[in-house]
Each structure stands twice: as C-alpha cells, then as structure tokens.
Design a protein around this ligand. Structure first.
Ligand code: BT5
Length: 324
C-alpha cells in the first residue's frame, strides 16, 4: 500500500472528523496537492465517504461497516499489534495464512483477518464455524521473547484482551472458561487457538487465532452449536461494529503484552482471575490422558489449572475441555 494513502488516513484520524485543507495535507505528507486529490479519489472508490468543501478542505465522514485493512488501520491505537494488517474476503483458515506469513518473516504484531473461513479450526481438528460477514476471524503473529513452556500463558492473556475489548465496545462483561473459551450467559461467544513454531527451546513465532461471533443471529449457527453458541448481536440485540472490536483487541493485546514482558505473568493472572468462572467450582476436565473430576482451585503462576480430586490429590491440567 502506498505511503501517501497511509499518511492520509493518519491525517484524517488525527483530524477526528474535522476539515483539513488540501494544502495542509500536502504539506504534512510532503507531496503535491494533485497527489492528495488522486489518493482521496481512490479512497472514495474503496467505499470511504470523503467530503470536500471549498476553502475548508477535506473531511472523512463515517467509516463504512465493511472490514478492510484501511479501516482497521485508521482507528488503531497501537505501536506494533495490528500495524501490519492483511484482510481477505475468504480464506481456508487465517491460522494457515498466518503461518505462511510467519515463515516468510512477518513482523511481531502482524494481523490476518478474514470475512469468511471455509475451513476454520478449533483445537484438536475440531471445526470452527466461520460464516461470511458476521464474525471476527483473526490470527495474530507474535514473536515474544519468552520460554517455550510459558506459551500457554499467552492464551490466558489473549482471553483477557478479548474480554476487555468486548466490554469497552458493548458494555457486556463476558466470562472466561479456562483455558480458551469466552462466554456470555453461559454460551460461547469466542474461542482462542494458540499454535507455535519453535526451534529447540526458542519460540520462532506464536500464532494466536481468535474467533468472535459478532453479528450472527441464532439461525446463522449450525444445529450442532445453536444451543452452545451466542453472538454479541444476540446478547445486545443490535449490530456491533467489527472494526471497533478488532481495534480494541489490538490495543489491549499490546497493553497486556507490554505488562507481561515487563512484570511477568502475575498481573495478567490477577486480571484473568477477575473474569474467570470455573474457579472454585466442581468441574470435569477431559484431557488427552483421560477424564478427571474435582474442584478447580485456580491457576498456578504458569497458567496451569490446579484440580483437587476427591481423594485430596491435586493434579495439574495443561490443556482440557472443561465441563462445569
Ligand atoms: C476453539 O477451539 O474454541 C478455538 C477456535 C479458534 C477459531 C479461530 S478463528 C481465526 C483462527 N482461524 C482458525 O481456523 N481458527 C482460529 P475448541 O475449544 O476446540 O472449540 C471448538 C468447538 O467450539 C467446536 O467443536 C464447536 O462445538 C464449537 N464451535 C464451533 N464454531 C463455533 C462458533 N462459531 N461459536 C461458538 N462455538 C463454536
């Protein structure tokens, strides 16, 4: 994408809906007024509503409700997360695309978003239902300087970022079900899938996949998930702007990652506990090693779930499906 276009979007963002003269734009961006005019015409072609008034200049009216790289970029309040953003109308899975980008050296914070996934994935080859134009199907490429065994903490950190983003935009406070589900009124609104590439003990990249149900109606969910899934629209009874949620998500991911890098897992753990539901409850954990029942005591400093079985023995659960 052209630098002038990016600089123009930045300038409109700073102007916050006010007019800026063509001359001022040309000056700040360092190009001719004709170039400004040309790029504004292109923005219009891409669905942006730009108003031009003589003597006042240009002003960006409201952004459109479609997902696009430009619109995500326009309201971004971050330094790294989401600064490189790639949008696709339809992909097999954003995880797969992100993995390719990561192998080709994509930066920390790179974001892949799709309007539709034809082969969206959950954990353990499960399917993730990702119909067109309704949800947020996104993968972030992270390159954190952390130890391999700490990578699961990033799932918990991401869960907190999703909760805060949803809370900011909708005023709904979702709950976290360890390790990777976000629920509203007991139904799943978001799932997180963390995958990573490592060489020996060093992490090359972590790919965090986030699926958020935003504007689905109940009929949009397939029969098998109708009883367990929900969307922000169903809960709020109104359409929600996906771009705004993505921007907030980038913001909180960056904030929490900074906090995590400087202070370690404890402050993230405290935030996570604020929104977690499974703690203190009798649960069933289905793992690859078998099914365990007991009292969920909490998570330890590593982000591992501690389960107290009926015989008093406390076991550590690294990953599981939890039934409450
Ligand atoms: C997850 O797996 O919850 C992780 C989902 C991650 C999806 C994102 S979207 C962007 C990126 N690209 C991908 O291909 N994936 C990631 P898990 O805990 O295994 O839950 C999967 C189960 O959730 C399924 O077996 C269904 O029961 C249920 N499910 C499927 N689609 C759903 C939806 N849209 N909403 C709620 N529940 C759903």
């Amino acid at each position: 994408k052209s630098n002038v276009r990016q600089a123009l979007l930045d300038a409109f963002k700073h102007a916050d809906g006010e007019y800026i003269s063509g001359e001022k734009l040309a000056q700040t961006i360092g190009c001719s007024r004709t170039a400004i005019w040309k790029h504004i015409e292109e923005l219009k072609k891409d669905g942006f509503q730009v108003e031009a008034v003589r003597k006042k200049g240009y002003r960006l009216v409201t952004p459109s409700n479609k997902l696009s790289e430009d619109e995500i970029y326009l309201g971004l309040q971050t330094e790294t997360i989401g600064r490189s953003v790639y949008f696709y109308e339809s992909v097999s899975s954003t995880q797969k695309i992100a993995k390719e980008y990561a192998m080709n050296g994509a930066n920390h914070g790179t974001l892949i978003v799709a309007d539709e996934q034809t082969e969206g994935r959950g954990r353990m080859v499960r399917k993730w239902h990702s119909p067109k134009g309704t949800g947020i199907w996104a993968s972030f490429i992270l390159r954190p300087d952390i130890q391999l065994q700490h990578a699961p903490q990033l799932t918990l950190l991401t869960a907190v970022a999703v909760v805060l983003a949803i809370k900011d935009v909708t005023n709904i406070i979702p709950e976290i079900k360890w390790p990777n589900d976000i629920l509203i009124n007991g139904r799943k609104v978001c799932g997180i899938l963390t995958e990573l590439q490592a060489e020996e003990d060093r992490i090359q990249s972590v790919i965090i996949g986030i699926g958020i149900n935003v504007n689905q109606s109940t009929e949009n969910f397939s029969d098998d998930i109708q009883m367990i899934a929900t969307s922000l629209k169903i809960e709020l009874e109104q359409t929600v702007n996906r771009t705004e949620i993505i921007q907030k998500l980038c913001y909180y991911l960056e904030q929490l990652l900074n906090l995590y890098i400087s202070e370690g897992f404890p402050p993230i753990k405290r935030l996570w506990e604020t929104y977690a539901i499974s703690i203190g409850k009798q649960i069933t954990a289905r793992t690859l090693k078998g099914t365990f029942e007991g009292l969920a005591l909490g998570i330890n400093d590593e982000g591992v779930l501690l389960l107290k079985q009926a015989n008093g023995e406390i076991i550590e659960i690294l990953s599981a499906d939890i039934e409450i």
